[in-house]
Design a protein around this ligand. Structure first.
Ligand code: ATP
Length: 316
């Protein structure tokens, strides 16, 4: 069965002049990115059949994005191309003081419409993963997201969600972001958050408080990724920390996306009812395997580079 990932497909322009701000830096590395795009690439790298629903421009960067996805064997049948809007860019640099300088040039990704979503054929799709920071910023993608959620619920498709809160991107829209996230947290079957996101979404100050609030307010299976400490699994009103494996991290970018991709890859051939009847031991095995995918991703520089080294051999 297939997995469909929806959300932003963008180009990260990473400043490679050490310590420089975006104003000072001259040299930038072009990297295809966006969280749902990463998840799709990770699933494909593991050997899963996966489609990406997103929008890019008709410019060379949109073409590059499609080529990168196809190099991973991600289906780009539902990657739409906008004739008016340029492919979305995120410019990032790590400055001397350790802060990130960030500039986001939003373009085509936010223009995916509910009509385009309506055209997507969901036959053979067992899981839809909604993973996007930008989906809840103002624009047509907001309604498109909700439309696909409704379509998925009607067709009894397993729904996965990752809010991907990015402070520099969302800081002026945080209240609306949280509000829209809750619609997905309440309706999905599985979600993954970081510890910071868990506290932000539950308006709590500690991880324990956040976990308690999530257990009360949601019915989904949930995971809270904790970096090298592994992952907290919330299942049937109980929580367990599932340790990761020890690696020498080079770059943690994309570890969370590889984690989600690996978890969904292991669920893709089950129906919603079958997933709901998995035991705690089954979930421990799934999350432990997903941790291995996250850890492997930390061993390489850049998410897409790491996914080239990902395969389902790590589950053995
Ligand atoms: P993202 O920045 O992609 O949203 P995230 O913050 O959600 O990621 P992390 O906690 O960084 O995700 O990593 C996801 C998973 O990868 C962790 O739950 C863990 O299993 C594994 N992982 C991350 N960092 C390390 C590490 N340094 N050593 C071992 N495993 C790691």
């Amino acid at each position: 069965m297939k997995i469909l990932c929806i959300g932003e497909a963008l180009i990260d322009m990473i400043c490679v002049d050490k310590g420089k701000s975006l104003t000072e830096g001259n040299n930038f590395l072009k990297k295809a990115g966006g969280a749902p795009t990463n998840v799709a690439a990770a699933i494909a790298a593991l050997g899963g059949e996966v489609e990406l629903a997103a929008k890019v421009g008709i410019d060379p960067f949109g073409t590059h994005m499609i080529e990168v996805m196809e190099s991973f064997k991600v289906s780009t049948k539902w990657v739409f191309r906008d004739e008016q809007y340029f492919t979305t860019f995120a410019f990032v640099s790590l400055m001397e003081n350790g802060e990130r300088d960030f500039y986001f040039n939003r373009g085509a990704d936010g223009q995916l419409t509910a009509d385009e979503i309506e055209a997507i054929d969901l036959s053979g799709v067992s899981i839809i993963h909604f993973g996007s920071a930008t989906a809840f910023l103002p624009g047509p993608l907001q309604a498109a997201y909700v439309h696909l959620l409704q379509k998925a619920l009607k067709q009894n498709i397993y729904i996965s969600f990752d809010p991907n809160y990015r402070h520099l991107l969302i800081k002026n829209d945080t209240a609306s972001f949280i509000n829209q996230c809750w619609h997905f947290l309440e309706n999905c079957h599985f979600f993954k958050v970081s510890d910071e996101e868990a506290m932000l979404l539950t308006a709590t100050q500690t991880l324990d408080e956040a976990v308690a609030a999530l257990l009360v307010k949601t019915t989904a299976v949930f995971t809270i990724t904790l970096g090298k400490e592994g992952t907290l699994l919330g299942l049937n009103n109980t929580t367990t920390i599932i340790p990761s494996i020890s690696v020498q991290p080079v770059d943690t970018t994309g570890a969370g996306d590889a984690f989600v991709g690996a978890a969904l890859y292991q669920l893709k051939d089950f129906s919603v009812a079958q997933i709901q009847s998995l035991t705690a031991a089954d979930w421990h095995k799934i999350i432990s395997n997903a941790n291995k995918a996250g850890a492997r991703t930390c061993e390489y520089l850049g998410a897409m580079e790491a996914f080239k080294h990902l395969s389902n051999d790590i589950f053995n």
